[in-house]
Design a protein around this ligand. Structure first.
Ligand code: FAD
Ligand code: NDP
Length: 426
């Protein structure tokens, strides 16, 4: 049994939704394109799961956040796919791929063939078991990657009001979920190995600004240690966590956000891998010319840094997906993918954006006791990274524009003196 398509998108997440929209803009015909996804719902904006979805009042629910509302574009509901003749093959896991034969085999035993394949399989959450701790399957231990995880987290949260949550990990999931737990009136302890939160992006000074606010909301930071084991009650529910430093914390709910692994396994041994992802060129094309890779799973050349990176952020997923479709549909006129890394987060009433790279010397600006401040990173005499909290639309646009230009910086103290004025003036 089998079906054949001209274009197949493997994975039904953020990148898949933006790729589908781009295919329709480029004039794909009915019946030519399908999306195969293990998830049972049409592509949606994953960032909503750690923000609006977790709110106690008027929470975001589908169909409100189907792609591509996150980029102020059309909302692609299941009806939209039907009207555009795009086959949504949902609740379907692809268990093997053969790039030489151009076929995918689903867990249900169907063979799906393609002329062009876009791999958009994203990533999976790392499990505690991979760090030697068991207990991830307990009813009150939650991860957060997809809608099913978020729905489960909401259920557990609702039975934990007034109780204690332990958040394992001080990265994006840790920070965003901790804020949501506080808003849901749950006491939060955050446990992570680094000296401060968001260790890969924030400097100690930036981190302490947010940590101080979290502390004012009652969050207890337990740094420099990791979980060693759970304490269970006779029903198998977690009631506490034991930490490597010998201390322990009570827990009605545990949320784990300790990073991800890209879903590359179907293609290992068939496509070239790099930096944990599938290596692509500046057309998002893998080592097999009929196969493209986009989003979290792709390691692509970031032109302004002169090296390849694998980025785990929604803007890269959206833009790489669109670019791959353009490269497939308009091969002779598509320029190289020229992407400026962009990360952001929103917690409580804070909102920050970061562009570029965070290496080199840091120059701070603004008022770190007020609502708006930021930092530049200067490397080898050029401004290559910018961070801004509490900016206006115009200010965010300005830091993005100037970071892309990589202006020469001769005098760090002059840059500090000018602060945000430096980018606004350019
Ligand atoms: P995904 O969106 O993860 O989609 C992958 C899809 O592939 C899934 O549908 C999966 O089921 C499917 N799949 C995988 N393997 C198979 C298979 N074998 N067969 C069938 N289907 C398969 N980024 C930001 O920049 N800002 C944010 O605020 C932000 N918030 C986030 C909040 C949460 C809770 C999470 C988890 C991520 C967040 N991100 C954020 C990151 C962003 O969502 C990801 O970078 C983005 O979703 C990547 O898109 P993708 O399409 O590559 O992968
Ligand atoms: P991150 O990589 O952001 O953070 C993981 C955190 O867990 C790090 O602080 C890491 O420390 C720590 N850690 C690693 N191992 C352990 C351990 N054994 N015990 C305790 N802590 C540990 O991943 P997340 O899980 O937070 O996020 C998952 C994905 O979702 C990422 O791709 C992220 O980009 C995405 N996301 C993005 C958002 C955004 O852009 N606003 C919002 C939510 C999710 P160390 O650095 O030392 O390894």
């Amino acid at each position: 049994m089998g079906r054949a398509f001209v274009y197949v998108i493997l994975g039904g997440g953020v990148a898949a939704g933006y790729a589908a929209l781009e295919f329709t803009k480029k004039g794909v015909s009915h019946g030519e394109l399908c999306i195969i996804s293990e998830e049972t719902v049409a592509p949606y904006e994953r960032p909503a799961l750690s923000k609006g979805f977790l709110l106690p009042e008027a929470p975001a629910r589908l169909p409100a956040f189907h792609t591509c509302v996150g980029a102020n574009e059309e909302r692609l509901t299941p009806k939209w796919y039907k009207e555009h003749g795009i086959e949504l093959i949902l609740g379907t896991r692809v268990k093997s791929a053969d790039v030489r034969r151009k076929t995918l085999l689903t867990a249900a035993g169907e063979t799906i063939s393609y002329k062009f394949l876009i791999i958009a399989t994203g990533a999976r959450a790392l499990k505690l078991e991979e760090f030697g701790v068991s207990g991830s399957d307990a009813e009150n231990v939650c991860y957060l990657r997809d809608l099913a995880d978020a729905t489960r987290l909401v259920d557990v949260m609702q039975t934990s009001t007034g109780g204690n949550a332990v958040v394992i990990g001080g990265g994006y999931i840790g920070m965003e979920v901790a804020a949501s737990l506080v808003i849901n009136k749950i006491n939060v302890s955050m446990v992570f190995p680094e000296p401060h939160c968001m260790g890969r992006l924030f400097t100690p000074k930036i981190a302490s600004y947010y940590e101080d606010f979290y502390k004012s909301k009652g969050v207890n930071f337990v740094k420099g240690t990791v979980l060693s084991s759970f304490v269970f009650n006779p029903d198998g529910k977690v009631t506490g966590v034991n930490l490597k430093d010998g201390s322990n914390l009570p827990a009605d709910l545990v949320v784990v956000g300790i990073g991800i692994r890209p879903n590359t396994s179907l293609f290992e041994g068939q496509l070239t891998l790099e930096k944990g992802g599938i290596k692509v060129n500046s057309r998002l094309q893998t080592s097999n010319t009929s196969v493209y890779a986009v989003g979290d799973v792709a390691s692509f050349p970031v032109k302004i840094f002169g090296e390849s990176r694998r980025l785990e952020h929604v803007d890269a997923a959206r833009k790489s997906a669109r670019h791959a479709v353009t490269a497939i549909m308009e091969p002779d006129t598509t320029p190289e993918f020229d992407y400026l890394p962009f990360f952001y987060s929103r917690v409580f009433s804070f909102s920050w954006q970061f562009y570029g790279d965070n290496v080199g010397e840091t120059v701070y600006f603004g008022d770190f006791s007020g609502p708006s401040f930021g930092a530049y990173w200067v490397h080898k005499g050029h401004l290559i990274g910018s961070f801004l909290e509490g900016g206006s639309k115009e200010e965010y646009e300005a830091i993005a524009k100037v970071t892309r230009l990589k202006p020469a910086i001769d005098d760090l103290s002059e840059l500090e003196r000018q602060g945000l004025g430096f980018v606004v003036a350019l």
